[in-house]
Design a protein around this ligand. Structure first.
Ligand code: PLP
Length: 393
């Protein structure tokens, strides 16, 4: 998969004496018109190339959306102020009261909480399944199923979703397959594998700098039109617009994503293989012993590897805390949530980003209290990092 953001936005850019190499950042919430008729048409979404008001569309977010749609091979994309905004706006656009969603039980804790605690208030029913068990997914389908929701590689257990098979189940059910690809940009292109919608927390690998929170929804032009409809679009009416200053900086970082993903994967693969040899209880999709190693291999864009995320089960929370504190003191990385950063980040998932999942459910799905999730950084000397980690164990 060869993706070049600068090429994707080439046709939108100005060249010549005022042709800045980075697209200018829009510094306006509202835009002028030469006549009232064009304003009316723009408001209704019928005037291509015009901007009315920055919550609707603005040039900076448009550049980033065009680049992301090119990366995901979707017709269109919409930029949001967080990953949660992308997930919630897309789900609420697809579902009405009385509808049903099937979701992987292992998802990011915030997504789990939204599906478990929030949607039932609006009479949207949610079934939680083991997404790697396709029979269980099929059996969960109901006449009112509108969405099958999963993460391409789930947070934090790193299960790999069979996107082509899930797409078939969704299609046969008359539902949409929505995939959160936050852990694996460029590694997987879910829309090419059959997903209808791809959502991102761009806070993570896509931006890669941990300096802002942002999200994206990639899908058909028709769906993006629905999201941005002034009368009933969730993105329009709930209003989670990303500030143009931030979207322009994410666009610049998108140009290095391919290099970063290769290095994250290379470092994580090296650590995972060595952790396995050391006898640690390691989960990494790039190890042949991982239950979905073959599936990952068949779906991936080969040159980007198996991703920067791995997890080690240290048995107890106390052990996990001691190791993480030692690793931070030795400058292996930071004891911090989030992922996709140039430094390695580690956190104890059951007690942080998955703590919304009740303890009994954590036990059921095999999320050990001592599970530490690592987002492996871009270290230039990963051999040295491994030696430092060994000294912390
Ligand atoms: N999806 C995944 C897989 C995540 O890990 C996260 C956050 O950690 C989110 C979505 C939510 O993203 P944000 O924090 O940008 O709202």
């Amino acid at each position: 998969m060869k993706f070049n953001p600068a090429k994707a936005i080439h046709d939108l850019k100005q060249f010549g004496e005022f042709g800045d190499v980075n697209p200018s950042i829009t510094d306006s919430s509202t835009y002028t018109f030469l006549n009232g008729k064009t304003m009316e048409e723009t408001f209704l979404g019928h005037a291509e190339g015009c901007f009315l008001y920055s919550r609707h569309w603005n040039p900076s977010n448009k550049y980033l959306a065009v680049a992301l749609a090119a990366m995901e091979s979707t017709e269109s994309a919409w930029i949001t102020a967080s990953g949660m905004a992308a997930i919630t706006c897309a789900l609420l656009q697809l579902c009405n009261s009385g509808d049903h969603i099937i979701t992987s039980v292992t998802t990011y804790g915030g997504t789990y909480a939204f599906l478990k605690n929030w949607l039932p208030k609006y009479n949207i029913e949610v079934s939680f399944v083991n997404i790697t068990n396709l029979e269980e997914v099929k059996n969960a389908v109901k006449p009112n199923t509108k969405v099958i929701y999963t993460e391409s590689v789930t947070n934090p257990l790193l299960q790999v979703s069979n996107i082509p098979e899930l797409a078939i189940i969704a299609y046969e059910a008359g539902a949409k397959l929505m995939v959160d690809n936050t852990f694996t940009p460029m590694i997987f292109t879910p829309a090419m594998l059959g997903a209808d919608l791809v959502v991102y927390s761009m806070t993570k690998f896509i931006n890669g700098k941990n300096d802002c929170v942002a999200g994206a929804i990639c899908g058909s032009a028709q769906f993006v039109d629905q999201l941005s409809n002034v009368n009933n679009g969730t993105a329009m009416l709930l209003g989670p617009v990303l500030d143009p200053l931030r979207s322009s900086s994410i666009l610049k970082n998108l140009n290095t994503l391919h290099i970063r993903m290769k290095q994250h994967s290379k470092n994580a693969q090296y650590l995972a293989e060595n952790f396995e040899k050391m006898g640690l209880k390691i989960i990494y999709p790039g190890l042949p012993g991982h239950p979905q190693f073959e599936l990952h291999r068949t779906m991936m864009n080969k040159e980007y590897g198996f991703g920067g995320m791995l997890a080690i089960d240290f048995g107890t929370m106390e052990n996990a805390y001691v190791v993480m504190q030692k690793m931070q003191a030795a400058d292996v990385g930071y004891l911090a949530v989030s992922l996709g950063y140039f430094k390695t980040l580690f956190s104890c998932s059951g007690h942080s980003t998955s703590s919304e999942i009740p303890v009994e459910v954590q036990k059921e799905i095999g999320l050990s209290e001592g599970l530490v999730r690592f987002s492996v950084g871009l270290d230039n000397d990963i051999e040295e990092t491994l030696e430092t980690i060994k000294g912390c164990l």
